[in-house]
Every structure is written in C-alpha cells, then in structure tokens.
Design a protein around this ligand. Structure first.
Ligand code: IPD
Ligand code: CA
Ligand code: CA
Length: 277
C-alpha cells in the first residue's frame, strides 16, 4: 500500500476513533447496563456496544468492500483472510471505565497481509490521540513521539496485565509480576492494553508484557511502538504473532533482558487453579 493510501486510511481510522470516543464521553459516569460476558470480571456495557456501532458506521461509510473487520463486540464482518483486516476494540479498559477510572481507549488497528500497519488509540478523558502508520511515524496529538532510552531494568517502569482466565490457569502472570516488581522501579497494571502500548511508544513506560490478549487489544498499539522506535516480539524474542495472545513490547534497550528474564520464571504453585469436584 502506498504511503498516501495509508495516510488516507489513517484519517478514516482517526474519524472513527473520535466518533467512538465521543460516545464513551456521553456514557461516562452514566452507565445503566454492566454485564459479565462469560468469565468473571469480563464486562460489557452499553457504552462498548454504542461506541462500536459509531466506529463501524464511519468505517463502513469510507472503506472499500474488500476490507474485513474484526470487532470485539460484533465479531467478524467480511472475509477474515482478506489482505486488509481491521481489528477494533471500541472500549479497551471496560473494567476501568465501569469504575470511572479514567484509563481506557478506543483502539483501531489495520493488519495488512497479517502485519499490524496502522493504529489509532484514543482516550477521550485525557484527550490523548495516538496515531501511527508503517513508515509514517508515530504521534501523540499530532506531535512526533519516541520510546524512552532507559537502558537498565533497575531504572525501568514496566506495565503488564492479567487476563480474565487468570483463576483458571497456572499461567496467570503472577510470578512474572512479582519478579519484575523486584527488579525494577515498578510494574503498573494499567487495565488497557492499547494504552499500555501507547505509553511505551511515548516513553512514559519502558517495557510491557502480557498474555491472553486478543488481536483488537494489540493491533493499533504494536504499530505505535514500532513506529516510535521500540521493539515488539513474542516472549522469547521470536517474531510477534498477533493471534498468539502474547506480547513483549519495549523501548528496545531493555528488550533482551526482559526476554531472558521471562524465559526463566517459574509459576507460583499456590495460585494453581483448584481441581474440579
Ligand atoms: C482488557 C484490557 C486489559 C487486559 C485484558 C483485556 P477489555 O480489554 O486490555 O488491560 O489486561 O486482558 O482483555 O476487556 O477492557 O476490552
Ligand atoms: Ca480490550
Ligand atoms: Ca473492549
């Protein structure tokens, strides 16, 4: 895709993200429907659904029919194996939003031939609009951003998250959280994967790892980190796979040490899921 086509799609994604963000502002502090989707703690509200409808209405108005969409609340539209697949999270950070903790975003990413190539992450409360596209750089409110230059784990501020299946698996990320908390200036649990990635991109945070994610949580943020000069991979440093659910994203300087550390950590047996019956 040419840079000018990519720029055009970035403008469309921005219009959609702002439309979704406006809906989230309308419902902010006024929710009446908060439901669990399946697993304990996995919430959906009327704001998630209305924001997604607003985003899809903008995208469907502008995008070619050949583009497919994968959106968290409404699922798939079009052929998911299409070379252009949009991955949309209308409200990334629903738990935060439901508690009026102002750390959440609309996340809109475009995968081209499977590669995250364009992303917009928008937090309407903070009015932070993060945008990036492959080869075009990354910006926050239209100003260029770069990852941090923190080179030592001991000087780093990290972020992670815990998937909704954490009570059902020993692979719950608790051991990793303890380990990195011990080795760094701190580990935040932001509650919005797309914002966590955007904060790596602009240097507010130095490293991020998480498991149990969906493509719509990561698609946009990965482009932000890469275009801001950071590194994105699997936990073991091999190429990132958006369908794997796992990500290691850093400023680049601490990537190797985080990869090596993740490779050595053993789970905490006291948090193993209880056997049924
Ligand atoms: C969640 C957030 C959270 C992460 C979860 C995600 P949601 O998305 O990104 O930070 O830890 O795994 O599912 O459910 O608020 O859209
Ligand atoms: Ca999400
Ligand atoms: Ca969501």
């Amino acid at each position: 895709m040419s840079p000018s086509e990519l720029q055009q799609f970035l403008e469309i994604a921005t219009e959609a993200a702002l439309a979704g963000g406006a809906v989230l502002e309308q419902f902010w502090g006024k929710l009446t429907q908060i439901e669990e989707k399946g697993r304990p703690g996995d919430l959906v509200t009327e704001a998630d659904k209305a924001a997604e409808a607003a985003i899809l209405s903008v995208l469907k108005r502008h995008l070619p029919a050949s583009h497919a969409i994968l959106a968290e609340e409404s699922g798939q539209a079009g052929d998911i194996s299409s070379p252009c697949l949009w991955a949309i999270d209308p409200l990334d950070g629903t738990t935060n939003y439901a508690h009026q903790y102002p750390f959440f975003a609309v996340s809109i990413g475009l995968l081209i031939e499977g590669k995250p190539s364009l992303g917009v992450v928008y937090n309407p409360v903070h009015q932070d609009l993060f945008r990036a596209a492959a080869g075009l750089g990354a910006t926050l409110n239209r100003r260029p951003i770069r990852v941090s230059t923190t080179a030592a784990l001991a000087d780093s501020l990290l972020v992670t998250g815990f998937a909704y299946d954490r009570r059902e698996t020993l692979d719950n990320n608790y051991a990793e959280f303890c380990h990195f908390t011990h080795l760094t200036q701190g580990v935040r649990r932001g509650g919005s994967a797309s914002v966590d990635l955007a904060y790596i991109a602009c240097g507010r945070l130095d490293g991020y790892w998480e498991r149990g994610l969906s493509p719509w949580d990561m698609a946009a943020g990965v482009v932000l980190v890469e275009e801001a000069g950071g590194s994105v991979s699997a936990y073991d440093g091999t190429p990132f796979d958006i369908w794997s659910g796992r990500i290691l994203a850093t400023n680049g300087c601490i990537h190797g040490i985080m990869r090596d550390t993740l490779g050595k950590i053993q789970p905490l047996p006291q948090f193993a899921p209880k056997a049924a019956g």
